[in-house]
Design a binder for this molecule. Structure first.
Ligand SMILES: Cc1cc2nc3c(=O)[nH]c(=O)nc-3n(C[C@H](O)[C@H](O)[C@H](O)COP(=O)(O)OP(=O)(O)OC[C@H]3O[C@@H](n4cnc5c(N)ncnc54)[C@H](O)[C@@H]3O)c2cc1C
Length: 312
């Protein structure tokens, strides 16, 4: 049997390694759009402040797993069981889609030198090179934006950070007012961070592919480096024409799509019965275990939401 996994993230690597552990005779291939071998996304901050290299945060992959890098899958042909990138074709017996999420932005930032999201190793390179001599502006106060802000706050090359928050409080309203207050004081202690609550970007001036001025409800910021941390959505556009999708690729609780030979796991999957999309590593690996058990015919496993992890 040949199992092809689309994606080079945590779900893909966990799937590949565990399939090999349970059935070493199965051919497993990872097809990833990234140019780097799989790495652990949760340590991305270490690439921004250069406390680790990409090799140091890489994920170990079983040596018998084939890995095709720089292969962005553009379409799936269910009938012939093939997937297509721009230059290559891969055939499968079972396909697992583990393409994760894409970060959202409030306007199109493609081609802009001083605007970024924070999701992959290339984003880290763009951020660490682009922040020099600029006012860092982070939009959004979710866990990813705040984690990046903490890292940037410790970097000498960053002189000042403005955090733009649409609501009147940090992170999550479910946190107690006391906890939010403590969080806020910790951020403001060094004097390098300004938090602008009940604020949002209203306008911007772009010259030669650079944002030269950001206008928010309350501030005007010259020469910014803008980072959006305003949420993510499943990365599934390439599959929409072929497989039933809602926000994510729709699966049953065995992580199987409407096509019995195609599974979806991790942040790209939406488990229909419980209307659930993963957002943490543990949920991705629980789903991977379920998909593997069903694909290899080991046991009838179903995904249930057992664990919630607070990322802070
Ligand atoms: C900075 C940061 C910190 C985090 N910290 C934590 C934490 O502390 N705890 C926690 O539980 N979670 C954390 N998370 C969330 C966690 O990383 C994700 O839940 C997890 O990575 C999702 O895994 P995934 O494999 O579904 O998707 P991803 O890790 O996003 O992997 C998807 C892969 O698919 C590739 N891909 C996408 N489309 C295609 C295509 N068409 N063709 C080929 N390849 C494609 C992508 O390039 C990527 O390699 C963090 C996330 C970030 C960004």
């Amino acid at each position: 049997m040949r199992i092809v996994i689309i994606g080079g993230g945590i779900a893909a690597v966990y799937l590949a390694n565990h399939i090999k552990k349970l059935a070493s005779d199965v051919d497993v291939m990872i097809v990833s759009e990234e140019s780097y071998a799989p790495y652990d996304r949760i340590h991305l901050c270490a690439l921004v402040d250069h406390s680790a290299t990409i090799e140091e945060i890489s994920l170990p992959v079983d040596a018998t797993v084939q890995i095709a890098l720089n292969e962005k899958i553009l379409s799936i042909d269910k009938k012939s069981k093939r997937i297509f990138s721009e230059h290559s074709v891969f055939t499968y017996d079972k396909l697992i889609i583990a393409t994760g999420s894409v970060p959202q932005t409030l306007f199109d930032i493609s081609g802009l030198k001083n605007a970024a999201v924070f999701r992959n190793a290339n984003d880290c390179k763009q951020i660490s090179e682009g922040i020099q001599d600029r006012e860092v502006v982070i939009v959004g106060s979710g866990p990813i934006g705040l984690e990046l802000m903490e890292t940037l706050n410790k970097m000498h090359s960053v002189k000042h950070i403005t955090l733009i928050v649409r609501s009147d409080s940090l992170y999550d309203k479910r946190l107690s007012p006391q906890a939010r207050k403590e969080m806020e004081s910790a951020y403001l202690k060094e004097g390098k961070i300004t938090i602008s609550y009940e604020d949002e970007i209203l306008d911007k001036k772009i010259e030669n592919n650079e944002i030269t001025l950001l206008k928010t409800k309350k501030l005007e910021i010259l020469n910014p480096f803008l980072i959006f941390g305003v949420g993510i959505k499943p990365n599934i556009d390439f599959a929409r024409d072929t497989i039933a999708c809602d926000k994510g690729i729709l699966t049953n609780n065995k992580m199987q799509t409407e096509d019995r030979d195609i599974y979806a796991v991790g942040e790209s999957a939406q488990v229909k019965e419980i209307n659930f999309i993963a957002g943490h590593v543990k949920e991705c690996t629980l789903q991977a275990d379920v998909a593997i058990a069903n694909i290899l015919g080991l046991e009838e496993k179903a995904f249930h939401l057992e664990v919630m992890i607070d990322m802070l």
